[in-house]
Design a protein around this ligand. Structure first.
Ligand SMILES: [Mg+2]
Length: 231
């Protein structure tokens, strides 16, 4: 693994999206009494399941961003029998709460600080442009790189090859010399490998077949730092 450029995924690779989501859903649940007609865990699990399904529809262009933002709540409420007048307000409350809970994953910032001293780096993310720009701002990612590639701005979501091609052009580096560091098997490992990139998979996966698809697997950033320190 001898990259000339390293791209990082953002959510659940560098920043802890899952916990922020979980906590923001708790905040919304505690704030709106109507939501308490269901149990908190039921609400969180239903939301996550529906959100994943709607993201798939969004990724293939069947629904747009405003519809995804609203329907992940509306559909959850319908499924759980929650009656609430204004789902839009809950969706807005959630986004504000979500931002308050953002944090680095353990060891991610230290790893990025060290790695960017030895390699040029960049970021590729599938999130909403408006939200991801706030993350870039709050976590000062522009201080690491000008290459911040957001799917909504490119018009293609990972694992679509076009977003990887776009990132290659932006970096000015050929595919086989780029390392992609990400947590998602479908978006990052499969997408990165299909684009001809090297891939370091941040995962607790135990399936050997899947693990064999990435060039390097790690579940602690000290392992990635050690691997890249050879340069
Ligand atoms: Mg991710």
């Amino acid at each position: 693994m001898q990259p000339d450029f390293i791209y990082f995924d953002i959510d659940d690779t560098l920043l802890d999206h899952m916990h922020a989501q979980q906590n923001a859903l708790s905040d919304a649940y505690n704030h709106y009494e109507a939501l308490q007609a269901a149990g908190l865990e039921d609400f969180q699990n239903t939301y996550k399941e529906i959100n994943s399904r709607l993201w798939l529809e969004y990724s293939i262009g069947r629904i747009d961003r405003p519809e995804l933002s609203l329907r992940r709540f509306q559909d959850s409420f319908t499924r759980l029998g929650i009656e609430i007048e204004d789902s839009t307000e809950v969706a807005g409350f959630y986004m504000n709460a979500y931002r308050k809970h953002w944090s680095w994953l353990p060891g991610a910032k230290e790893a990025l600080d060290e790695i960017c001293e030895h390699y040029p780096v960049g970021f590729i993310t599938n999130g909403f442009a408006e939200t991801q720009k706030l993350k870039v701002n709050d976590f000062r990612l522009k201080e690491y790189s000008d290459q911040v590639i957001i799917s909504e701005e490119v018009g293609f979501l990972k694992p679509h090859p076009e977003i990887f091609r776009y990132a290659e052009e932006k970096a000015g580096i050929s595919a086989d010399k780029i390392l992609y560091v990400g947590d998602s098997y479908s978006s990052d490992v499969k997408g990165g490998k299909a684009a001809g990139w090297q891939v370091a998979w941040f995962t607790k996966e135990s399936d050997a077949e899947r693990l064999s698809k990435a060039d390097f697997n790690f579940d602690d950033f000290s392992e990635l730092r050690a691997k890249l320190n050879g340069k």
